[in-house]
Write a protein that binds this ligand. Structure first.
Ligand code: ATP
Length: 261
C-alpha cells in the first residue's frame, strides 16, 4: 500500500471547553475517495478543518508528506450580491492566477463556459463547480469537500459527484468529502468513515452500511441508502453510536472503534 498523504493518530480537538473530536485516527492515500458521514454536530467540519490546518489538534499527531497541496471546497461561501465579480476575477482572489491556469481549472471542474459570468448569476450547481475550479488551481494532492452538494437537487448532486470522479481519475488525487446524501456518497466512495465525535466504524460502503454502529446512527432505511445493499441483518441498536463499545463486524474491511473515554 502506498504511503499516506496525510495521517491523524489518536487526534483530539477541543473547541473551547467542548471536545469536538477524540481519539481519531485516519489516513488518506492517493487516488482514494473517502466520505465522512455523521449526524449534525458529530465533528465532520472540525475533522476537515483539522486536516487543512485551520484547527490544531489538542492531542495526538497529524503528519503529512512534505509540500502537500490541499484543495478545499467549503460548505458555503457568501458573496456580496451587490459586488460585481466575474468567475474569472473570483479565481484570482486572493491570489492572481494566469488566464491559462484559470481556464484549465475551469475545464477540470466542468465549468469552462462560466468564465465570464457574474458570480451572483450562477445556479447552485454552477457555483459549486466554480468553487471546485478554485480548489483545483494549485493542482492539489488532496481535494477536501465539505457538504459540497448541499442545496443541489439529486441530478445536480449526481453530476457533481461524477465530476469529482473525473477529477480523481485525471489528477490521481485523494478525495475526502463530507456528505449527508448517503445514497449518493455510498455509491461514489471507496471508503466511508462514520463519525460521532470519534470514528464509530469505517470501511467499504457496503460493509459500513450494514455495521451496527452505522445503523444506530442512521437506521436501516435512511433516504433509501441501504436499499442499495443486500446485507440485511436483524440488529436493532437504538443506543447512540458513542456508546457502542464492543461491536466488531465480521467483515474485516470494517473496523469498529471503541469509545475509550
Ligand atoms: N466555533 C465553535 N464554537 C463552539 N463550538 C463549536 C464551534 N464549532 C464547532 N463547535 C462544536 O463542535 C462540535 C462539532 O461541530 P462540527 O461543526 O464539526 O460538526 P458537524 O458534524 O460538521 O456538524 P453539521 O453536520 O451540523 O455541519 C459541535 O458540538 C459544535 O457545537
Amino acid at each position: 500500500m502506498s504511503k499516506p498523504l496525510i495521517a491523524l493518530k489518536n487526534v483530539c480537538v477541543h473547541i473551547g471547553a467542548k471536545v469536538a473530536l477524540h481519539d481519531v485516527s485516519l489516513s488518506l492515500t492517493s487516488g482514494e475517495i473517502v466520505t465522512v458521514v455523521g449526524p449534525n454536530g458529530s465533528g465532520k467540519s472540525t475533522l476537515l478543518r483539522t486536516l487543512i490546518g485551520a484547527l490544531k489538534p489538542t492531542g495526538g499527531t497529524l503528519t503529512h508528506r512534505p509540500n502537500l497541496r490541499i484543495g478545499y471546497v467549503p460548505q458555503k461561501l457568501h458573496i456580496d450580491p451587490t459586488l460585481p465579480l466575474t468567475v474569472r476575477r473570483f479565481l484570482s482572489l486572493p491570489q492572481r492566477v494566469s488566464d491559462d491556469v484559470a481556464q484549465k481549472a475551469l475545464q477540470d471542474a466542468g465549468a469552462e463556459a462560466l468564465e465570464h459570468q457574474q458570480m451572483t448569476s450562477l445556479s447552485g450547481g454552477q457555483f459549486q463547480r466554480v468553487l471546485l475550479a478554485r480548489a483545483l488551481l494549485n493542482r492539489p494532492h488532496i481535494l477536501i469537500l465539505d457538504e459540497a452538494t448541499q442545496g443541489l437537487d439529486q441530478p445536480g448532486s449526481a453530476d457533481f459527484y461524477a465530476q469529482i470522479e473525473r477529477v480523481r481519475q485525471q489528477f490521481g488525487c485523494a478525495v475526502l468529502m463530507v456528505s449527508h446524501e448517503l445514497h449518493v456518497v455510498m455509491a461514489a466512495s471507496d471508503r466511508v468513515i462514520c463519525l460521532n465525535g470519534h470514528i464509530c466504524c469505517e470501511g467499504a460502503p457496503e460493509t459500513v452500511a450494514s455495521a451496527p454502529e452505522y445503523r444506530a446512527l442512521f437506521g436501516s432505511g435512511t433516504h433509501g441508502a441501504l436499499a442499495l445493499y443486500r446485507h440485511e441483518h436483524s440488529h436493532t441498536h437504538d443506543e447512540n453510536c458513542a456508546h457502542d463499545h464492543n461491536h466488531h463486524h465480521a467483515d474485516d474491511q470494517t473496523h469498529a472503534h471503541g469509545d475509550h473515554t
